[in-house]
Design a protein around this ligand. Structure first.
Ligand code: GDP
Length: 217
């Protein structure tokens, strides 16, 4: 492919991503325990990350709706998997935030069980986007989550959030360090995406990637 052709293909995927996410997305269901998981249907893409990483904000930025995913200032409160659909053969899955220091052990155990049941049983789950706060980089509890994904053999990709809080040079540094941190992980996509729900940085690119996954590419 020539450079011009690559550029045209990239723009075409951006447009497909834009159209995909411009649909009216709605809540399908939420699952606080494995028995409440909806029957798998079509392609699924999930979002995971530490509490307060900016996951709800990112989902809302993707769909262009302010309050689809519930943002919350109470970290660790949402302990369920939430499913969003838009009659597009694609389901977005908001996974419960992890790493809340004050979460009781029993809650962490039930969270882990729910997540593992979900990850192991979803034939249509194409990718988990693991969100990392650009200011903090990879933390131990992120590594625990990545280990779980590697064990479940689910393809995942890291997405830096709140990129607007960093200077461009620092963002490049964190992106490189984060990519280096997953270089040997078997199920990790090698590219680390940088996003900001505040400025919209990286949102068209992420939409385009998800459109590719939805199309089976
Ligand atoms: P969640 O707990 O992972 O769902 O995180 P939220 O989406 O509720 O966001 C947590 C906090 O980070 C909120 O105060 C948001 O306003 C803030 N936040 C989220 N995304 C961004 C971003 O892209 N830039 C900035 N500056 N702040 C953000």
């Amino acid at each position: 492919m020539t450079e011009a052709e690559e550029d045209a293909a990239r723009r075409a995927w951006h447009e497909r991503g834009r159209v995909l996410f411009a649909r009216p997305w709605r809540l399908l269901s939420s699952a606080p325990h494995p028995g409440a998981l909806p029957a798998p249907a079509g392609v699924e893409v999930a979002f995971a990350g530490r509490s307060n990483v900016g996951k709800s904000s990112l989902i809302n930025a993707l769909v262009g709706q302010k309050a689809l995913a519930r943002t919350s200032n109470t970290p660790g409160r949402t302990q369920e998997l939430v499913f969003f659909v838009a009659d597009a053969g694609l389901t977005l899955v908001d996974m419960p935030g992890y790493g809340y220091a004050r979460a009781p052990k029993a809650q962490v155990a039930s969270w882990t069980k729910l997540i593992f049941t979900f990850l192991r049983g979803r034939a249509g789950l194409r990718r988990v986007y693991v969100l990392i706060d650009a200011r903090h980089g990879l933390k131990d509890n992120d590594r625990d989550a990545l280990k779980l994904l590697d064990e479940a053999a689910v393809s995942y990709q890291l997405v830096l959030t709140k990129a607007d809080k960093l200077k461009p040079g620092d963002l490049a540094e964190v992106t490189a360090a984060t990519a280096a941190g997953i270089a040997r992980r078997p199920a990790a996509h090698p590219t680390v995406l940088a996003t900001s729900s505040g400025t919209g940085l990286g949102i068209p690119e992420l939409r385009a990637e998800i459109a590719r996954l939805a199309a089976g590419n």
